[in-house]
Design a protein around this ligand. Sequence first.
Ligand code: PHE
Length: 495
Amino acid sequence: MALDLTEKILHHLNKVNQVDTLDLAQLFKEDHQKVIGALKSIQANGDLVNAEPQTHKRWELSGEGKEVVEKGSHEAVVYYSLPDDGMPQSELMKASPNAKVGFSKAMSLGWVQVDKASGTPIVKKKCDTIDDTVQKNLKLIIENKDNAIPDKEKQEYKKRKLLQEIVIKSFLLTKGKEFATELKKFEADLTTEMLLNGSWKNLSFKAYNLDALGVPPEGGYLHPLLKVRTEFRQIFLEMGFSEMPTNNFVENSFWNFDALFQPQQHPARDAHDTFFISDPKLSTKFPEDYLKRVKHVHSHGGYGSQGYGYNWKLGEAQKNLLRTHTTACSARMLYQLAQQKEFKPVKYFSIDRVFRNETLDATHLAEFHQVEGVIADYNLNLGHLIGVLYEFFNKLGITQLKFKPAYNPYTEPSMEIFCYHPGLKKWIEVGNSGMFRPEMLLPMGLPNKVRVIAWGLSLERPTMVKYGYNNIRDLVGPKVDLQMVQNTPICRLDK
Ligand code: PHE
């Protein structure tokens, strides 16, 4: 039976007592990496061999160096291209790709000269014969006689990028304590039979390789956004939040805007900012009583508010659209909560897609994902919101936060959230938050003292920061590299 590589190595070592893996590769006509692989298998089998790491330096020709071996040095090429009566310098420069270097070398070697007598510089040969030592020396490299080339020359050729020095690592092998010419056979499995007949006591078992990489899954791969979504979801669940249903991309203006006390003339309700749906254009089913209260709070106020004092129109509220924020879902959930017999405090979250009619650029797409958290309880205040945000962002590994007063039609007070990014060394805006207005909550029927704090952020922003993308189009859309999707590691936001 033919010996396999591990056995060939052991047999050879048995004869010579000491051998370098590079020599083995040459002897067995095998790739050096294969010999190293076989060595690893031998080492996994016990103390059969000692392997001392070695480094060898070797000179190797670059592509340009190989060309010199074939055609002569650039200076020789220049010299030989000159006819006896010379050639205009400008023409010579075009004669070969490396003419410029060759010309200046040939000048300093005294092989050529420039005659300017006629007005146009003419390059002429200055000697009858030349000795192309560069070519001769480089040929020695091919013949494995690099020791014959003086060190100074080798360094110069290296500078001229004709030669490069490469480092090769190998192992010097000697016999180890448990040297043998064959590998022990290890059992890979403990079987019922071995246990029953007691043979396991005398068998050697293969050690677990806990560093072995798993087999890459052949099936689907999760997109980075989904990986980051899983992390956010985990954080919310750890904090006791439950997920809201968000399975309707199509919403109507009533829940997306009116329920949130966003006036009907608000610029966000313009077709420039929102995708309206043409078919079906309008929604028809609304909770009638609630709709009346919303209409009233917009046009006349109530609950201690003056309202906006305009003529609220059902037709505007009926318009269907692609939801512009997941706060529309939060509004539906809070309305349902208010319809329960007895109010119970809740913590809700959602992570899903929203749509805005944006001008597309490196950081904006017309659709993105929002991460939203909502807490409803008696007597909550801004301190609770700030506290929860610290807790939430802490779990993302973000410890430094700053808040800036902001405006949302549905929250008062409202705060933009900034965090310090130690990697980027700057404060970046990460989200928006606030306490839902009484004009939004009271028409729903929530008890008077119930306060609702909420915040929202995009999923794309932290994903881009986490995985180092500057252009959102590398992450989402038709230009996405599927290999990137396969290669992105799992996400741990706090690491
Ligand atoms: N809906 C807001 C947005 O689209 C985010 C937000 C959610 C703000 C909840 C305050 C409260 O930016």
